[in-house]
Design a protein around this ligand. Structure first.
Ligand SMILES: [Fe+2]
Length: 584
């Protein structure tokens, strides 16, 4: 039984394949198209999923789509008819809404002629968390910007059934509230929200009373936005002039200096989000008194809020879908379709890793390196040698790009397409920002730690394989490159079972240094998606100043990089057409 899940049309399109209830492949379209957050129909991801499972269109029992296009259209047309919406905007909304036909696109683009299962947007989010949590029963909270009409849902789940108990509807939306603050602070909406979260610990919640005026916490599961402070119903800008007046300062222009004021606003907005979420988690527990909480939706990527929900809320166990944003909706849609068709749950096991994307064949990678003329070291039959070499480089303070095995699904790099470094070096954060990230210096990098040593170095008593929680750093080792200003870190724990080579690298680093922790951040340049193929890795390494590239079994040093690599940028469209990826 092959079920394809698809999410697309708004943000970060993705496709997955569920085979007899097991996820065998999942990837975001941006990794192939090289367009960050690509929202177009995920044709390349679809082709990858079928190739990975070695199945054809004829083998697909069902395609599941992650939201109801008719309901979404109704909401979009309602937005166009609001009093105060200009004629021009109404026409633009209608043009955009009526031009989108995802269900027809599935047939036109892929040639698929079988059944299509439409799954409600928040049910897709709920399913993406619950069905991969390993829990037999749970309460589920989904929170995002908006799908069709709901923006927050409260559900209980037992075995195959997810029962929605309450919801908050558009235009009241915690996701859109946080997006408006993101916009006000000069960051890109749907992308810069985690920068607001990263900025918050540098500030104090001095504006909490003012921010409380723009979102009013309501009884039970409800809350309300005060629409005099928001303008997303009427224009592309998310906030109104009244918000600037309330906070006493104009919005920050993109790229302008970040001041204490901006940090304090971020801190206030983060505090309010956490407090409302915590109240809603407590409310959910009264509806669904379980020990287990599942979370998904874009707001569930706010790891600081998640940790407060777990630590201060009534639930004992938390599972957050690692691809909590809309990309992960394809997983939930496919799982729900599986339940509807089979009458049984998909695979009951808890999701242990997200290495669900494409890999580079070793021989294909060698061919590419050979044809490029670069000098490289070949460790095809010597993994210990490879790990020894890389540990030595890390100890020397080098920054290493690490491409190994199948790519991660979801927004985080977890040791398959990562940049790694020694977290003990005081200048490492600045160095990586200068070499590759070219980003705001305030944001900390994340630590990855061998799971068995996590409790010795962090206030963490359970596994955190997806970097979805924050906790205090308690280590006796100074870890300046991965410790936030408030002493916290966004920890990833790793085991040999989840990622053997990455765990072995950490183990050898620990043996030689006494530190079982590395800095781990995503391997991409600013504004670009995380690398996928060997060609992306070469292009990104060439255009950065990273010291060492590990590309599967091969190691390239910066000193050996030919001039041509420094400007190499593949023509992705041509690469896809000529199926370069199939060569790998
Ligand atoms: Fe969503």
């Amino acid at each position: 039984m092959n079920i394809v899940g698809i999410s697309c049309g708004y943000h970060d399109s993705a496709c997955c394949l569920l085979q007899n209830g097991r996820i065998v492949a999942a990837a975001q379209e941006e990794r192939f198209s090289r367009i960050k957050n690509d929202n177009s129909f995920p044709v390349a991801a679809f082709r990858y999923c079928l190739d990975q499972a070695a199945v054809s269109i004829a083998d697909i029992a069902c395609v599941a789509f992650y939201e109801d296009p008719a309901q979404k259209l109704a909401r979009q047309l309602w937005m166009g008819m609001l009093p105060g919406v200009t004629q021009e905007r109404r026409a633009a909304i209608e043009r955009r809404a009526l031009a989108t036909h995802p269900l027809e696109e599935i047939r036109l683009v892929t040639g698929y002629e079988g059944p299509i299962e439409v799954v409600d947007h928040h049910l897709s989010h709920a399913g993406s968390a619950y069905f991969f949590s390993g829990f037999d029963e749970a309460a589920i909270l989904t929170v995002d910007g908006v799908g069709e009409w709901p923006t927050t849902t409260y559900s209980s789940a037992r075995d195959t059934e997810i029962k929605r108990l309450d919801q908050v509807d558009f235009p009241d939306s915690l996701g859109l509230f946080y997006a408006a603050i993101t916009d006000y602070l000069g960051f890109e909406v749907n992308e810069g929200e985690y920068k607001v979260m990263g900025l918050a610990p540098y500030g104090r919640p001095r504006y909490l009373d003012k921010i409380q005026q723009i979102v009013e916490d309501g009884a039970k599961g409800q809350y309300r936005l005060n629409f005099s402070y928001f303008s997303f119903l009427y224009q592309d800008r998310m906030f109104s002039d009244a918000l600037c007046e309330l906070l006493g300062a104009p919005a920050r222009a993109s790229g302008a200096e970040i001041t204490q004021f901006h940090m304090d606003v971020a801190s206030s907005a983060q505090r309010l989000l956490e407090e409302i979420l915590l109240a809603k988690v407590r409310y959910l527990h009264t509806l669904a008194p379980s020990e287990n909480l599942c979370m998904a939706g874009g707001v569930a990527l706010n790891v600081v809020a998640n940790s407060r929900c777990l630590n201060e809320g009534p639930f004992r166990h938390l599972f957050v879908q690692p691809a909590a944003g809309d990309a992960g909706g394809c997983l939930g849609a496919a799982a729900i379709a599986h339940v509807r068709r089979i009458g049984a749950r998909p695979d009951r096991e808890r999701l242990r890793h997200v290495y669900l994307g494409p890999s580079n064949s070793v021989e294909g990678t060698k061919r590419i390196l050979d044809s490029s003329g670069v000098a490289y070291r070949d460790y095809r039959h010597d993994e210990t040698g490879l790990i020894d070499t890389i540990v030595s480089r890390l100890i020397e303070g080098k920054v290493v790009a690490w491409v190994s095995g199948r790519m991660e699904f979801g927004p985080r790099s977890l040791g398959a397409r990562s940049i790694i470094a020694d977290p003990r070096h005081p200048e490492m954060r600045d160095r990586i920002n200068a070499l590759v990230k070219k980003r705001e210096a305030f944001r900390p990098f994340a630590p990855v730690v061998l799971e068995e040593f996590a409790a010795q170095h962090f206030a963490l008593d359970h596994a955190s394989p997806f970097m979805l929680e924050v906790c205090q750093v308690t280590s006796a080792i100074r870890l300046p490159a991965v410790t936030h200003v408030d002493g916290s870190a966004r920890v990833q724990t790793v085991t040999r079972g989840a990622n053997r080579r990455f765990a072995d690298l950490l183990r050898h680093f620990h043996e030689r240094t006494g530190c079982p922790i590395l800095l781990n951040t995503s391997f991409n340049l600013r504004g670009e998606p995380i690398v996928c193929s060997a060609i992306d890795a070469i292009s990104t390494f060439g255009r950065s100043e990273i010291d060492v590239l590990v590309l599967e079994d091969f190691v390239v040093d910066r000193a050996d990089v030919p001039q041509a690599w420094r400007t190499f940028r593949p023509n992705t469209r041509a690469a896809l057409e000529f199926d370069v990826y199939a060569m790998l």
